[in-house]
Ligand binder design. Structure first.
Ligand code: IMP
Length: 188
């Protein structure tokens, strides 16, 4: 079965096209360029979902920046947060005194970003802000501040452009909503 046949079986509808995503990156990049003018931010991507967003976003930022990655996991069964955040792979950069911008694909409960923000602040960063592409507010369980986001989304499970379901569909160029029955089958 081709990738396209397989995808039409699991995607309910497209939520954001490639153009929509590009517009969000342009607009966030412009805002970040202004806010980080004269600074040299350390842009920290949350693996693995943020890789596509980070690469597009930093190319819209007209500032001298550095990039690093951190792998933090909170998802136990692919569609629902476990509530436990684990550090799987750490930064290689010393963050003390740095202005850090965490880049994440989507914020849901906020536990992942809260964990990352606190850890980086404890290590002596000068500032830590979060930039997410999608802001899912329905299940928020923390008061972590999301300084920048591309768009709000409802309480639906989305895939594509870095966002995965069971580690698949990250390489879709658009973002689509997963069919509820796909999630229901997995939950059974
Ligand atoms: P949080 O810690 O609950 O905010 O979860 C953040 C992480 O959950 C994100 O980095 C994603 O990996 C995952 N996640 C939350 N909602 C979705 C979704 O709709 N699609 C794919 N991954 C999601």
């Amino acid at each position: 079965m081709s990738k396209r046949d397989n995808i039409s079986k699991i995607i309910d509808h497209k939520l954001f096209t490639e153009d929509d995503i590009q517009q969000m990156c342009v607009s966030l990049g412009k805002q970040l360029t202004e806010d980080y003018a004269g600074k040299k931010p350390l842009v920290v991507g949350a693996l693995k979902g943020a890789i596509f967003f980070l690469t597009d976003l930093v190319r819209e930022m007209d500032v001298e920046e550095e990039i690093d990655f951190m792998d933090v996991s909170s998802y136990g069964n692919s569609f629902e947060s476990t509530g436990n955040v684990r550090l799987i792979s750490d930064l290689s950069t010393d963050v003390s005194g740095r202005d850090v911008l965490i880049v994440e694909d989507i914020v849901d409960t906020g536990l992942t970003l809260q964990y990352m923000k606190e850890l980086i602040l404890q290590r002596g960063a000068n500032s830590v802000k979060c930039c997410v592409l999608l802001n899912k507010e329905a299940n928020r369980a923390t008061d972590v501040e999301i300084e920048y986001y591309g768009s709000k989304v409802g309480n639906e499970f989305v895939v594509g452009y870095g966002l995965d379901f069971k580690n698949c569909y990250r390489n879709l160029r658009y973002i689509g909503v997963l069919k509820p029955e796909v999630i229901a089958q997995t939950a059974e």
